[in-house]
Design a protein around this ligand. Structure first.
Ligand SMILES: Nc1ncnc2c1ncn2[C@@H]1O[C@H](COP(=O)(O)OP(=O)(O)O)[C@@H](O)[C@H]1O
Ligand SMILES: [Mg+2]
Length: 357
């Protein structure tokens, strides 16, 4: 594919904050953005040149998108595979591609893919019935974390199993959908690596972020994380294997567990820009959003080294009401998503507190 020229239109599936920040980055490079989103009022819809309101499976909405652009990307990994196939059949380029989506949409496929490509994970086993859940818990060992194979996010669709025999009840509590059981990772901390691969196969990797979650939701990232060269080398090796294994185009987020023995295990991959990469907006010359647009548009990737030390804090629920206080802090950069209605725990924005390296 030739590099997409400024003035062209890029389609984004999904109208949340990630779509909004992708659209803003695309606009800076001279592109127009069309968003397809279910809600009539959305963070990305507010900054796009055109908003198509519809379900991702709505053929009329997809046809409108296809009429507007030849290149589509997405801001979340649960885009239906059939919608991507529908677009592809009409000659619309979708990046990252169908393989990345298929792998990332199913935790069993994902961990199987990772292990097959030399990216280590905790022990895991799938289960489709209460009996299989008990066997799976016994095989990975307890305590085990039961996760629905599909559609979990922000810690939803997960339950701890303390005794293998309890797995049947926990399986029912998750609604009887297919699950995997994971061995508990006794990690010393959580890290993530944001990486990108261009259309020419070139790759780039950002410095590691150290991430802190509360109630399954990201609260805070520190980046670049203090880490030994051995840790950085492992992360870069994992990123290279995942990107090549998926024949990937775009930015990917890879969540990691740092174990006491110095090994990195992969927790999960997200085939999109990632909350733990928001620090790059103020810590790098080319942030993850511009990098993603560059990659899918066939442009050269930008530099990924840090130019500042950043503490990223998510603003959840009414915390975004503190904007005036943050605005008065000279070291703080504010990023608000334009969401109406601050439900408790909802991601309303984030701040990056920036210090010299
Ligand atoms: N196998 C595990 N052992 C220990 N903690 C885990 C394990 N898997 C996930 N967690 C914890 O739960 C959080 C959310 O799990 P994750 O699989 O990343 O789901 P989500 O898709 O909701 O982000 C992780 O960031 C980590 O803190
Ligand atoms: Mg996660």
């Amino acid at each position: 594919m030739n590099p997409l020229a400024p003035g062209s239109t890029i389609g984004i599936l999904g109208g949340g904050q990630l779509g909004r920040m992708l659209a803003l980055a695309a606009a800076r490079l001279g592109f127009d953005v069309v968003v397809l989103e279910r809600e009539a009022d959305s963070p990305a819809g507010r900054v796009a040149v055109k908003l198509i309101v519809g379900d991702y499976t709505d053929e009329a909405a997809l046809a409108e998108l296809a009429a507007a652009t030849g290149l589509v990307t997405y801001e979340f990994e649960n885009v239906p595979a059939d919608s991507v196939a529908w677009l592809a059949e009409r000659g619309i380029e979708v990046a990252p591609g169908a393989r990345a989506l298929a792998v990332a949409q199913d935790r069993f496929e994902e961990k199987s893919f990772l292990n097959a490509h030399g990216a280590p994970t905790v022990a895991f086993a799938p289960a489709g019935t209460p009996e299989e859940a008990v066997q799976a818990a016994a095989s990975v060992g307890v305590p085990a974390l039961m996760k629905t194979r599909r559609e979990g996010y922000d810690g939803k669709g997960q339950r701890w199993v303390e005794h293998a025999a309890d797995a049947a009840a926990e399986f029912a509590a998750l609604g009887g959908a297919p699950v995997i059981l994971e061995a508990a990772a006794d990690f010393v901390r959580e890290l993530s690596v944001i990486a990108a691969r261009g259309r020419d196969g070139a790759t780039s990797v950002y410095p590691l972020a150290e991430n802190h979650h509360e109630n399954g939701v990201l609260r805070r990232s520190i980046a670049p994380a203090r880490a030994s060269q051995a840790i950085v080398d492992q992360a870069e090796r994992i990123a290279a294997r995942v990107l090549a294994g998926l024949d990937y185009v775009g930015v990917i987020g890879i969540e990691l567990f740092e174990m006491a023995d110095g090994r990195l295990l992969v927790n999960e991959i997200a085939p999109r820009v990632h909350n733990t990469g928001h620090w790059t907006q103020d810590g790098c010359e080319v942030d993850q959003f511009e990098q993603h647009i560059r990659a899918v548009a066939g442009w050269p990737l930008g530099p990924t080294h840090a130019i500042a030390q950043v503490e990223m804090l998510n603003l959840l629920g009414d915390e975004a009401d503190g904007w005036a206080k943050y605005a008065a802090e000279p070291e703080t950069r504010i990023h608000l998503y334009g969401k109406r209605g601050a439900r408790p725990g909802r991601k309303m924005g984030h701040i990056n507190r920036v210090k010299p390296l």
